[in-house]
Every structure is written in C-alpha cells, then in structure tokens.
Design a protein around this ligand. Structure first.
Ligand code: ADP
Ligand code: ASP
Ligand code: MG
Length: 825
C-alpha cells in the first residue's frame, strides 16, 4: 500500500462551513488510500478562547457573551454541514465542553488567575471541535475510501516542554500510534492539531500556530511520503504579503531556509515544524486551500531553486539592550554570565551581536521583556557597574529585526552590500547587525517605525519586486499634464524591462488634490482628478506621498510658485526627493538655496531641476559633469529664452520691433503678457541657476540686467503696452542700424564670468558667424568655456521651450533619481 500522506489545514482553511466543504473536496480528490488530516481550530477560535480566560482573570462581565459567540459559530457550522444523529452527537458533546469550560472559568474568576495548564486546556478545545465537526461531515459525505476516524492527538503525542520549546518524546508517541492506528487499511484520520500531552499526562499545546508542528509530527509518526500544509496563501512568499503586496511565491526552500524564515517571523509556518520532517527526510508542501490548482512551495533537503536570497522577514516590537564597558575587553565569560542570567529568568534572546573588540555586547529581545531584561542584566553585573568596568546598560525599545534568508548567500558576493545599500537609500538607519556563521541569514536591528519601508526596500533590491517609487505631482497644467501622459505611456515598459515601479499616488492643483492609496490610474488621470478630490493641503499631500510603507517618495513640482519652492527644504530633509522645472526655488534668495543643500544632505535625498534651464536640453547635467570631473568653468554664455531668440532672429529692420513683438504674441511665442519675456527677469533667473551651479554666490539683484520693457510702460495694462510700444521703436531701430554698420547682428544674450563673478543679461552685438547668430528660430543655446573646452567651446543647442520637451526633461530627472536609488536603468 502507498505510504501515508499527511495534510494539515490551518484555521483559515476551516473557518466556516463553506471552507470545510472545500477541504472535503481536496481530500476526496487525493487518491492516496491512507491520509492523516490535521486540523487547526476554526479561524480565530484559539484567540477567542484565550481571551475568555483573560476576561475571567479580570473578572470581566463579557465572559458569557464571548462564550456565546463561540457557541454560535460552531452551531452554524454544525447546522449547515451535519444532520440527524451526527449533528445531535456533536452538539451534545460540544455543549458538555462549554459547561466544563464555564465551570473552570468560574474558578478562574474567583482566584483571578489562570495557570498555564488551565490556559492550555481551554485553548485546546478549538481543535477538538473543528475535528469533531469535520470528521462527522467527511464521514457523512462517504466519498473517501475506507473509514473516516477521529483521532485525538493527546492520546498519541507526548512532549516535554524545555527551554527550546516542546520536544517530542518519540518512543512514547510511536508506541501510542502503533496501538491506535490500523495497519494496511484504507483510512482517513482526522487529527486534532495543536494539542498534546506532557510526560505527567497533562494536556499541553505545541505553542501558537502549533498545528503545523502537529502536521509534521504525524508525518513522522505515520512515516508519510509527504506532508502538505494547506493555508490561505499560494505558498511561502518572499515576504509577508500583508506588508509587501508584490511578494512572490518561492518554488522551493531547504529545511534550514524555511526554519530560519519561520524563526524570523514568517508566520506561514511554525519554526519547529521542520525537525520531524528533517529527521525522516519527508518533503513538506505549502499550498493554498483557496487555489488548489497552484503548485505551492516545496520544502525539502535539496531544493532546486538557485536564488541566493529566498525571503525577507521582520519581527516587530523588539528591544535592543546594549552593554558597554572597557572592563569587558579580554575578560572571558562575560557573555556566558550575561546570557546565563537571562536564561535563568526565562528571557529568550532573538539576536546577539558583539564587536570584536569586546567593548560592547548587544542583544535583541521581545519588547515585552525589556524592563525585566534590564533589571536582570543590572543585577548580574551589579559590581562591575558600580566599579565602572561596565559603563552602561542601554535599552532601546520600539525596534524591529529584519532578516534576509537564503542558503545561496554563502556562495554569492555582494548580498550584504545590497541589503545595506537598500536600507541606506530608504533612509533607514541600522542599530545592530548579526550574521549567522552559516551565512544563511543576515539580520539587522532597525527603528521599528521604518520596519515596513525597510522590508519593502530590501525586498525590492533583490528583484523580488520592482523598485517602487511613490510620486506626487504638483501642478497638472500644461507641462505637468504632458508629463503624466508621457509617464502613462512608459510605465508598463519601465516596470517590465527596468523593474522601476512608478506609482503616482497624488496629484495637486492650486486648489484641490487627489490622493490615492494605491495609485492614480495614469491612463485616466484627468477623470480621476476631476471626479474626486479634497482641498489642496501641502502638508497632507507630502505626508501621503511619503507614506511609511513606500520605499521611496518623489515630489514633482510643475508649478511656478515660490511658496511651493519654499517647502523643498522640509521635504528634502525628510527624505523626499524633489524634481522640478520651477525656477523660483533655485533662483530665490541665497539663504533658501543654502537650505536646499543642507536639507538634501540631511535627508540623503536628491534634488534635480534640469528643466529649469533650457527645458529638456542637457545643460545643468553637462555643467555638473564638467565640474564633477574637475574641469574648470571659466565662462558661460547663452540665449536662454526662446522668445527673445525668436524676436532677434526674425527682426531684420524692415519692420519696426514692436510689430515683431505683436506678431510673435499672435503666434503664441510669447507669454500672455510679452513683458514677462521682454523684461529679461525669467532669463536672469536661469542665469542665476547656472551661476550658482558654477559656485557663484549670485542674487537676482547682482545681475546686470538690460530689460527691453521701456520704463514708461512697466506699470500699464498689457493692451496699452502693446499699443504704446511703437513709441519706443526708434531707439531700438537705432541700435540695429549701428550693429549693421559694423556688419554685426543684435542678440539678447546672458553671460557669466567665473573670474569676475559677474552676470549680465542684455542686448549685444555679435559677428555674423557667431554660433548665437545662427541658431534655429526659437532655440536656446549655451556655450561653456572651460579649461578643457578652451579654444573651441562646448555648445548645447536646441529647442528650449514647449510642454513636450520640458516634460521630457523632468521625466529624465525622475528616472535619474530612480537610478540613484538603485534601479538598473
Ligand atoms: P493558517 O491559518 O493556515 O495556519 P496563518 O495565518 O498561520 O495560516 O499563516 C498564513 C499567513 O502567514 C498568510 O496569510 C500570510 O499573511 C502570513 N505570512 C507571513 N509571512 C509570510 C510569508 N513569508 N509567506 C507566506 N505567508 C506569510
Ligand atoms: N489554533 C492554534 C493557534 O491559533 C494552532 C494553529 O492554528 O496552528 O495558534
Ligand atoms: Mg498557522
């Protein structure tokens, strides 16, 4: 006859009648004639029972109500699945159990304390009820070969609780099962998970989530060919799916990897589950009751998966205790005394780290033990503390431990580097580090509030999910709107090919904002923004974008508001990256500019603004590359306004200058009020941005600015301005004529000189052959004169305005930030 197969179904798999029917079908499809089926209590029942005990200890009035809820849940299942005698039998024994519980609780109430034995006894009823219900149901369906029998694990499994948890007494348990289970007959055993008996014969449990352990104990006792643990996820995932929504199913894991993941918090499997299976080399499958067609995860001795890192887990609510003192150096036995004292008080240590200088030892424990642990350590080292050989015992609460697990880490380089750079780019600081000598695990202790961000970021860095960036866009106007459209068209490709996961989670206009917890559907962002929304609130907007669980946050400011630029320091300092075409920030006062730089350093954040000068043209990046590679920038000259370039490119003197302005406005080449271009202020701002990038401490007032708006027309309305501009044509015509007489052209040019620190913007005469005299109509152009580009300057030229190219420039910056954050572009 085939070997036994053992199935274990978790609480979520047997939560109610519908679930139990699903389980019955899975078992009926298994052709193996001999099945051991271990069940948990119906979902939530163990918690509910333990809460009842706690309520009785508190003498809380809600005890009866809580018991009644438990009663109702089981009644509904019994009434749905059972009928006739089986139903009556179940209900009779169930009601008797509830009466027993009530009388135990009566005593607990009186003495206001429950012993562990009482707690174990009551907590274990959940498994008794779920298995009684299910065995009666499966038997009644009559579709399994042979008999369906109920098996009480307390009659079989004998354990001894020690410091490492429950240890199975194999000889006793084997003898018990040999007596209880028929040999070589088709049979389906429905077995209570979680509960067992100790050496004295008292009921005990295998610890929370212990039914997994029961599954593998019965696998070993029945010498099963395999153990299948059925749960509510598709297998063991690369991270807890509730924290990392894009966690992936791991095909196969070694016993050791699974053990390590379980120990460090992967709740999907109980850490002790592996031992019995390893003993007999039984493979364990983790599968989804709700999707039985999926293969699941195989845990065995020699898994096929070659991934270096299998999974990333975290344990929250830890405390870190740090013992520090020069007196520990070279003194043998300090660690022994320390951990001995903790063991004597039953405090279990999750992680230990000691520097090789032995100057300090730190260890992590559950936060609930922090106060006790501190007292134990202080007592153990009382004399050393008094004599100053140990200077301090520091306890830090609200920590989390993040563990990266995989057998393959031992043979591959750079795993640790990747972990730490991911933590660094998510601005998570590391308090302590431990690496098992097996190199199967790297664990780090971090600030608890960064736990999920750290988890996601490290998870992303191993390509288990793409780099996720939370994006907020301010100013969905002409440029911002085109940018969103450009992103919409590229987002899938970026995610597929480059593993960059850009999620626009908020869009804000001057009055309203639209926030999304997942992401704004970019194909329909206009509808989304107009359909819903709340009043604009920059603080809330930034907080939403910078959500703790998102590894990275970027705000794209497509407004031209100085008020918004004034918020950059706050955002940058908090670790939010900023990308913008808004000139108001970088050309504002120097004090603000200095704050950008400080905040950027403080928050390890990036601040990119290529599109502030020359739209999408690579001007700032070029300047940075020159500077960063050690070139010396001597002079920068350029035409940084498409409008002014156009006006002087087309004006040949045959018409007055004012007509050229009027025609340019009609073609849409100027701002609605052409004075915004003619004043040269916008141009001067761009020059300041470049100057500051060169290291010059420039303010707007320092720029020698020759504006083209006649002073008499500065204050009037735009209509009047255009009407009266011809009054001032004569002097302009005169300047053109003078230039021509010298065979030169007039151009509106800005220049920066490193030696003198001077910046000027205005009309200049140029040779006809000059680069600036020969550009396309609305082009921008910049010449860099540097030590390397001396005789023959470096020139960047091309369209320097327009929504498409400007948005392209911003998009480029956005991807550059992603690359800085570790995305492989
Ligand atoms: P059961 O009731 O079947 O015993 P549990 O709730 O004990 O189920 O365990 C399954 C749950 O474990 C999943 O729903 C999932 O939320 C959680 N979990 C945590 N970490 C992981 C992980 N790495 N892989 C899979 N599930 C995980
Ligand atoms: N019912 C027990 C618990 O909730 C055991 C288990 O489900 O594995 O801890
Ligand atoms: Mg479980």
């Amino acid at each position: 006859m085939d070997r036994w197969r053992v199935h274990k179904f978790g609480g979520s798999s047997v939560a109610d009648a519908v679930c139990m029917e699903r389980v019955a079908r899975i078992l009926e499809e298994d052709p193996n004639p001999r099945l051991g089926v271990v069940l948990s209590a119906c979902r939530g029942i163990t918690d509910a029972l333990l809460n009842v005990v706690a309520a009785a200890e508190r003498q809380d009035d809600g005890v009866d109500r809580r018991i009644d809820e438990i009663r109702k849940r089981h009644h509904v299942i019994a009434e749905t699945l059972l009928s006739g005698d089986p139903r009556a039998q179940f209900l009779t024994s169930f009601e008797q159990d509830l009466r027993d519980i009530a009388s135990i609780l009566h005593t607990v109430r009186l003495i206001r304390a429950a012993s562990q034995t009482v707690r174990d006894l009551i907590a274990g009823y959940g498994e008794i009820w779920s298995t009684r219900l299910f065995s009666a149901y499966l038997r009644a369906r009559g579709k399994r070969p042979g008999r369906v029998e109920w098996l009480d694990a307390r009659e079989i499994v004998s354990v001894e609780w020690g410091p490492l948890g429950p240890a199975v007494r194999w000889d006793v348990s084997e003898a018990n099962i040999a007596k209880a289970v028929p040999r070589d007959q088709p049979v389906t055993l429905i077995i209570t998970g979680f509960i067992a008996r100790d050496a004295r014969g008292l009921q005990t449990t295998l610890g929370r989530n212990g039914s997994d352990f029961s599954g593998s104990i019965f696998g070993a006792l029945l010498d099963a060919g395999e153990i299948v643990i059925w749960t509510d996820v598709d297998g063991v995932l690369s991270a807890d799916p509730r924290l990392v929504p894009d966690a992936k199913v791991i095909d196969s894991l070694s016993y050791n990897e699974a053990m390590e993941l379980a120990y460090f918090g992967a709740k999907v499997i109980h850490p002790q589950t592996m031992a019995p299976a390893v003993l007999k080399g039984i493979p364990i499958w983790i599968r989804n009751t709700f999707a039985p067609e999926k293969l699941g995860t195989l845990i065995c001795a020699n898994p096929t998966s070659q991934l270096a890192v299998k999974g990333i887990t975290s344990i929250d609510r830890c405390a870190l205790v740090n013992l520090e003192g020069a007196g520990m150096i070279g003194v043998p036995g300090t660690a022994h005394r320390l951990f001995g004292a903790l063991r004597d008080h039953g405090i279990s240590v999750i992680l230990i780290s000691q520097g090789s200088s032995e100057h300090s030892i730190c260890f992590a424990i559950p936060e609930s033990e922090a106060t006790r642990a501190e007292a134990v350590v202080r007592e153990a080292f009382d004399s050393e503390l008094r004599q100053g050989q140990i200077q301090s015992v520091e306890v830090t609460t609200a920590c989390s431990i993040l563990a990266v697990v995989g057998d393959g880490m031992a043979g591959s380089h750079g795993v640790a580097a990747k972990v730490f750079s991911a933590l660094g780019s998510a601005a998570v600081s590391v308090r302590a580090i431990a690496q098992g000598a097996s190199e199967r695990n790297i664990s780090v202790v971090i600030d608890g509030k960064h736990s999920s961000r750290a988890l996601r970021s490290v998870h992303s860095s191993f390509y288990l999910s793409p780099h996720t960036v939370s994006i907020g866009l301010i100013g969905p106007g002409l440029v911002g709107g085109v940018l969103l459209d450009q992103m919409a068209s590229q987002i899938e490709r970026l995610s597929r090919d480059l593993k960059v996961d850009l999620r626009v989670r908020g869009i804000m206009s001057s009055k309203r904002m639209h926030l999304s917890n997942v992401e704004v559907p970019l194909g329909r962002w206009r509808e989304a923004v107009s359909a819903t929304g709340e009043p604009a609130d920059l603080t809330r907007f930034a907080e939403h974008i910078h959500a703790d669980h998102m590894p990275h946050a970027i705000i794209i400011d497509c407004s031209s508001s100085a008020d918004i630029a004034a918020r950059y320091p706050e955002w940058l300092a908090a670790g939010i990256h900023v990308v913008t075409p808004n000139k108001k920030g970088n050309s504002g006062d120097l004090e603000l500019y200095a704050r950008f730089q400080e905040a950027r350093k403080q928050g390890s954040s990036h601040y990119l603004y290529e599109a502030t000068v020359g739209a999408g043209l690579p001007i700032i990046q070029t300047l940075r590359d020159l500077r960063d590679t050690g070139d010396e920038i001597r002079r920068i000259e350029g035409i940084l306004s498409g409008t002014l370039a156009y006006l002087f490119n087309v004006w040949d003197g045959s018409e007055p200058f004012s007509s050229i302005v009027r025609a340019a406005k009609a073609k849409g080449y100027t701002e609605p009020d052409p004075r915004d271009d003619l004043s040269g202020v916008d141009f001067a701002r761009k020059l300041i941005i470049l100057g500051r990038e060169m290291g010059l401490r420039l303010e707007l007032a320092d720029v020698q600015l020759e504006g083209l708006v006649p002073p008499a027309l500065k204050a009037c309305g735009p209509e009047e301005f255009l009407e009266r501009l011809p009054e001032f044509d004569a002097p302009m015509a005169q300047r053109l004529k003078a230039a021509r007489e010298r065979d030169r052209v007039l151009r509106y040019v800005g220049s920066l000189d490193a030696a003198t620190g001077k910046a000027s913007v205005g009309l200049v005469e140029l040779e006809r052959s000059h680069t600036f005299a020969n550009i396309n109509l609305t082009d921008n152009v910049v010449r860099f004169l540097t030590r390397r580009y001396n005789e023959n300057p470096l020139v960047v030229q091309g369209p320097g305005a327009g929504p498409e190219v400007t948005a392209g420039g911003i998009f480029g910056d956005l991807l550059r930030v992603c690359a800085y954050l570790g995305a492989k572009l």
